[in-house]
Design a protein around this ligand. Structure first.
Ligand SMILES: Cc1ncc(COP(=O)(O)O)c(C=O)c1O
Length: 401
């Protein structure tokens, strides 16, 4: 072991602890659901992205079991070398129909879909114009590209500020290609991007649009087809990213767009080229998850009923849910230390919801992020509200009093 590295690591961790930014993951000891067993205790789980409860849906589980019987557990290679099975291909065809696009390419995660697609479609003659609250995987994907993108150079627009976006579009006309990129639903605030306005500006200024629908998939649009469906913008969004890890309940990410885009990414999307394909059971489970989404409206109805009820309950008690419009429901705290104390008090009261602090959000803008889902019962949410009230009494956090 290298002493220099070890002492550097120790100092970094001490710094995180000092700044209340240090995290220790809890251990989930049961299947995903509204109520779970975690660190030896039964709690209401408000931290999962399992929006529709599909992570443990009987049809999705059975499809995975059947696929293991048929295919075994591994794909054996990266996809272009020999890892693409017919079940992978079937999943992409199903997703393309679901999204009303020519073609879909699946990556092993949403994160790698961003880091595979964004650098592949940009050169050093291009610019990326980005919302300031875009997800870390977008930012990392952009950093891997040779295009210009920096906030300090004026290419990041204030959150959802269309006047600012337009002024950047006016100032960047000399670039060869211009990509406007946004979350469809912002992952830490739960608000929805003004996609119709973004698309209109892109069309006016000859830019192209990429939307990251990780938190819109399964949540917005027809049967959960995402923000392009929600806003009826079929055919007008050049690149859509979806995740298969959240509402669809399994794991993976995909890029939806033209057949040419798919062809290019098969040839130049580095995580596709250099990382092994999903196990076939993942693809089979995802096909079953799509079957459920397309034929059973109940999980989405329950998700939205719970979302509306949960927000109304919190707001009636005076909690600040920060303008969230979707199931992602932040409760504003502010200070990092107070957010951590609030998270601990919730845990003591039987609720698992985590505080989101820097660098996921800006310093001083900490919040408890709660995620109601189709898997929660009314009793779960009633119980959770009581825990929030109790935590407020115990912690004396100024912003929630
Ligand atoms: C907006 C956004 N994009 C991409 C991802 C990454 O998706 P995955 O978890 O499938 O890697 C996330 C995950 O948190 C996200 O919130």
């Amino acid at each position: 072991m290298n002493d220099g590295l070890q002492s550097w690591l120790g100092a970094q961790i001490d710094g995180l602890k000092r700044d209340n930014l240090y995290k220790v993951p809890k251990i989930l000891e049961s299947a995903a659901g509204g109520r779970v067993r975690m660190n030896g205790k039964e709690v209401v789980n408000l931290a999962s992205n399992n929006y529709l409860g599909l992570a443990n849906h009987p049809k999705v589980r059975q499809a995975a079991i059947d696929a293991i019987e048929k295919w075994g557990v591994g794909a054996g290679a990266v996809r272009w070398i020999g890892g693409t099975m017919s079940v992978h291909q079937e999943l992409e065809e199903r997703l393309a129909k679901f999204k009303h696009v020519e073609a879909v390419l699946v990556f092993t995660s949403g994160f790698t879909a961003n880091s595979g697609c964004i650098p592949a479609v940009l050169t050093d003659k291009d610019v990326v114009i980005s919302d300031e609250l875009n997800h870390a995987s977008i930012i990392d994907g952009v950093r891997l590209s040779p295009a210009r993108y920096k906030k300090s150079e004026g290419y990041v627009y204030s959150h959802k500020d269309m006047t600012h976006l337009e002024s950047i579009l006016k100032n960047t006309q000399s670039f060869e290609k211009r990509m406007i990129i946004t979350d469809g639903v912002f992952s830490m605030d739960g608000d929805i991007a003004p996609l119709p306005d973004i698309v209109k500006l892109a069309e006016q200024y000859n830019a192209f649009v990429m939307v990251d629908d990780a938190h819109a998939s399964g949540v917005l649009g027809k049967n959960g087809a995402g923000s392009t469906s929600h806003f009826n913008l079929y055919g007008r969004v050049d690149i859509q990213l979806g995740t298969l890890s959240k509402a669809l309940g399994v794991v993976g990410g995909y890029i939806a767009g033209s057949a040419l885009l798919k062809d290019w990414l098969i040839n130049r999307g580095r995580p596709y080229l250099f990382s092994t394909a999903h196990p076939p059971m993942v693809a089979a489970a995802l096909i079953a998850a799509l079957d459920v989404m397309e034929t059973d409206p109940e999980p989405m109805r329950r998700l939205w009923d719970n979302t509306k009820r949960w927000k109304a309950m919190l707001q009636a008690e005076g909690f600040d849910t920060m303008g969230s419009e979707t199931p992602i429901t932040p409760v504003y705290i502010g200070d990092e230390g107070e957010a951590q104390a609030f998270e601990r008090a919730l845990w003591d009261a039987g609720v698992y919801a985590i505080c989101i602090v820097y660098p996921t959000v800006a310093k001083g803008k900490s919040r408890i992020r709660t995620m109601p889902s189709a898997a929660h019962t009314d009793e779960d949410l009633d119980f959770a509200l009581k825990a929030f009230i109790k935590a407020r009494e115990q912690t004396h956090v100024a912003s929630v009093h």
